[in-house]
Write a protein that binds this ligand. Structure first.
Ligand code: C5P
Length: 232
């Protein structure tokens, strides 16, 4: 089966070492052009790996979820903007988002807001002092992300349509929790298929274990790419 990589497919490298990440990228091959480097790799040699992936012609999503005082976030985003990486996540508080947007300046680094962590239920938010439900807070923070100049948000497949409607056609809506019908759900309780996620407004999908844990990750990635092609 021959098919080009779909730049809307992002595969997370959720492994502890750069060597394991390199091995995963090698096994997936040309079927994927966009990788997410998260906190687990950040704790070892994530930035070195990110630069290596960029040098190999890949796109790189730095899922660092920055959250600090504005000066620190601005400086961190400015430093990361020099890496040539493509996406950076920050927590969806107005000060944090605006600082990251200032920091990345005119670079190509896109700032994506994490609105509300999906691990937080309404009861958790209440305990933290929020009067709103998770859904209402997500909506508020999408509005605030747009006002802060963010390029997009991280959204579950169930919030993708809302984010697309509020953000308009150029807004990035990056959706984890994606599972093809043929894959195990793992711990993704409310997963959507790649096609459903794209049809509900996602600009990019994050799909990990169905590809990385497959017997043949290259073939699994091509299956996901083929399903995505049906969305046009
Ligand atoms: O393997 P899987 O497709 O479940 O990986 C999903 C990736 O997206 C992981 O890196 C995970 O940390 C991230 N993520 C998620 N759910 C969210 C936010 C991020 O699964 N709500």
């Amino acid at each position: 089966m021959a098919a080009a990589a779909d730049p809307r497919l992002i595969v997370p490298l959720d492994v502890p070492t750069a060597d394991e990440a390199r091995a995963a990228v090698e096994r997936i091959g040309e079927a994927v052009s966009f990788y997410k480097v998260g906190l687990e790799l950040f704790a070892t040699d994530g930035m070195a790996l990110a630069r290596e992936l960029k040098a190999a012609g890949k796109q790189v999503f730095l899922d660092w979820k920055l959250h600090d005082i504005p000066t620190t976030v601005e400086r961190a985003a400015a430093a990361l903007s020099g890496s040539g990486c493509d996406f950076l996540t920050v927590h969806g508080e107005p000060q944090v988002m605006a600082a990251a947007v200032r920091g990345r300046g005119r670079s190509g680094l896109k700032v994506l807001a994490v609105t509300v962590l999906t691990s937080l239920a309404d009861a958790d938010l209440k305990e933290m002092g929020y009067a709103e439900t998770a859904r209402a807070l997500v909506e508020r923070r999408i509005h605030q992300a747009i006002a802060a100049g963010c390029d997009g948000v991280i959204a579950s497949p169930h919030e993708a349509a809302l984010a697309r409607a509020l953000g308009g056609s150029d807004f990035l809506v990056v959706t984890p929790g994606v599972r093809p019908d043929w894959a195990a759900k793992n711990d993704q309780a409310r997963a959507a298929t790649p096609l459903a996620a794209l049809r509900s407004g996602a600009s990019h999908i994050v799909c990990g274990r169905p590809i990385t844990a497959a017997n043949d990750p290259h073939e699994a990635a091509l299956r996901v790419v083929a399903e995505m092609a049906q969305a046009g």
